[in-house]
Design a protein around this ligand. Structure first.
Ligand SMILES: C[S@@+](CC[C@H](N)C(=O)[O-])C[C@H]1O[C@@H](n2cnc3c(N)ncnc32)[C@H](O)[C@@H]1O
Length: 236
């Protein structure tokens, strides 16, 4: 005789707490509250996002956002991915690893600070300079060519004015269906680091108010915890 699935379920009194929690979490505001509480715990615990490593190189991101980057890259297959703000290069190497697995794409990472400790990879190129300097944007344009598809992850200076300048510089280079990701829109109280001052979220709002042809793809926030709320901008 074949065994019935679920034949050995625990008695109802032991299942009740999880059934109750499951029902509660179907209510959207409750889910949002739990996500927010988890978010705070995750953000504040030492050694969470500050100690996330990809192949031994620190990536200052959440694993959820990195996974979403992978999904976007696999779906949209950009020719070039620009990361502004290299830091220790973990995210740069991660993106190059994804490109390698797909057999497609290159990564150009830009930082004001030069470092000899960054990961080396045939698909990675580094540029030292400010992401908004015209010569840097020109270098990006040259590498992209006339018909290249660009994805950009903006993760450098997190002041509103700088991010807005980045959005204006890189936005026009993104082709239809590709993504312009604004990192750390969560700061300045959205919901992290409440007293930061105007930052990436405020830049994003100003950019969209200008009528830029992008729309926040909220489906990319499906893992509930993201450092880019509203920040996965898709070119429409
Ligand atoms: C948050 S970290 C980048 C984290 C990195 N993207 C990652 O995922 O691990 C910010 C970096 O931006 C760099 N930075 C600051 N101002 C910049 C600018 N104007 N242009 C380019 N990079 C800048 C800093 O030197 C720093 O390394």
């Amino acid at each position: 005789m074949t065994e019935q699935p679920f034949a050995h379920q625990p008695p109802l009194w032991r299942r009740l707490p999880s059934t109750f929690t499951g029902r509660l979490l179907r209510i959207a505001p409750v889910r949002r509250l739990v996500a927010r509480l988890f978010y705070r715990a995750y953000y504040e615990v030492p050694g969470s996002w500050r100690e996330t490593r990809w192949l031994n190189f620190t990536a200052l991101q959440t694993p959820q956002d990195l996974w979403v980057y992978q999904e976007i890259v696999a779906e949209t297959r950009p020719d070039l991915i620009v990361e502004t703000g290299t830091s220790r290069g973990g995210t740069t190497l991660y993106l190059a690893t994804v490109c390698d697995a797909l057999g497609y794409g290159r990564v150009l990472s830009i930082d004001v600070q030069h470092s000899d400790q960054l990961p080396r990879h045939p698909r990675i190129e580094y540029l030292t300079g400010s992401s908004t300097d015209p010569w840097v944007v020109d270098e990006v344009r040259t590498r992209l060519g006339e018909h290249g598809r660009l994805m950009a992850v903006l993760d450098s200076d997190h002041s509103r004015d700088h991010v807005l300048a980045e959005l204006r510089a890189y936005g026009p280079l993104i082709s239809e269906g590709c993504y312009l990701v604004v990192a750390d829109t969560n700061i300045n109280g959205h919901p992290a680091v409440p007293h930061w001052g105007p930052g990436p979220m405020e830049a994003l709002e100003a950019f969209l108010d200008e009528g830029a042809p992008f729309s926040p793809d909220r489906s990319r926030e499906k893992f509930l915890v993201t450092f880019s709320p509203r920040g996965f901008l898709r070119r429409v």
